[in-house]
Design a protein around this ligand. Sequence first.
Ligand SMILES: Nc1nc2c(ncn2[C@@H]2O[C@H](COP(=O)(O)OP(=O)(O)OP(=O)(O)O)[C@@H](O)[C@H]2O)c(=O)[nH]1
Length: 376
Amino acid sequence: MPRDMLRELILPRGHASLLARRRAEMIISRIRMIAGLFAILTPLWIVIDLLVFSWPVTILLVVGRIVTTIAFGVLAVSFRKSIRMRDAYRALAYMFSIPTLFFMYSHPLLSHFDMAGPAAAIAAGYAFLPFVMVAGLSVFPLTAVESALFAMPVLAAEALVALLQLDMLNWSSHLGAFWLLFLIATVAALAGMSQLSFMMSLVRQATHDGLTGCFSRTSGEELLDIQFHIASRSGAPLSVVFLDLDHFKKINDTHGHDAGDRVLRKAAETLRGNLRSGDILLRWGGEEFVIVLPGANGQTAASAVARLLKIGLGLRPDGSPVTASIGIAERLADSASTWHELVEIADQRMYEAKMGGRNRVVGCTPPLPQGAVVNG
Ligand SMILES: Nc1nc2c(ncn2[C@@H]2O[C@H](COP(=O)(O)OP(=O)(O)OP(=O)(O)O)[C@@H](O)[C@H]2O)c(=O)[nH]1
């Protein structure tokens, strides 16, 4: 497994990424579904409580169940769909706090009364609530750290309740229960990580272009949207580079489609390998690429492009270097109010570069310092 992927399974990263968006969507929709289900199941158990427990336990449990039902119901209907992990964390915290509080209320209550027969069996069932909760973590695609953080309050509640009842049970049985809870939490975290890993590969397949491994146009547009919003909110610069390989059709026509594919793959590989980690490379279509440079002003973007072209975009089948016509646009310098506008400006400049004779860069105003032609 690549080290990057392993790191992402352990620590939550890239909250502005496409994976984070899909993950938030999935977590929130599952929480709404589970909360809805528990809003129905929790009051149904009142019938069992009424049958097996006697006054005043019954009424106290019924009150607890009604409050719990309302809390689950509110969670199921009030949480809007969201693509932000912050909202997913809030929903998870809310959902896990409901049964945790119910456990802390019901378990000490039941242990204050001597019970026998079916009542004792049902009362013992209440003690299993924390086990069910930590096992429930496996339903969500979470990293190891996230699972640990959400399991911790449940473990703390179990420890607290055990401390309050030390006179009733001995230390060893409490330690045994705690150890079992810890093991279940570990298994649930592993299940959550494997879900996350599966999700990562699905998201990767859906968001990347099969030939070049770059982000596809659709996912790239979503990333542009995210980056444009981040830059607009913080007032930071954001550059877009529109790059179109020159005379690409000739490669296909002369050497065949496979040779064209190899040239595309090589160009994408060199571009990707020489960008900074926060930069985004997407295949806009055919032989067109768009590079998104968050935080880069026009000058920085021009330097980055000059560096890339110095390294080169690979060779054509006849051994001559692959060249490209390039347009650069920057959010602030070009007063772009949407990412569509920004890409449009970069695209127009790429077209100017084509019209100017190809194999050149047209940047934002003021014009590029070292002359427009690069790698000429
Ligand atoms: N091999 C291969 N060719 C592709 C792919 N996608 C698009 N093309 C080809 O890329 C060529 C693009 O041709 P044009 O738009 O005329 O561009 P060009 O020949 O590079 O000319 P200029 O852009 O004007 O320099 C077309 O022949 C497409 O069929 C692909 O995935 N693989």
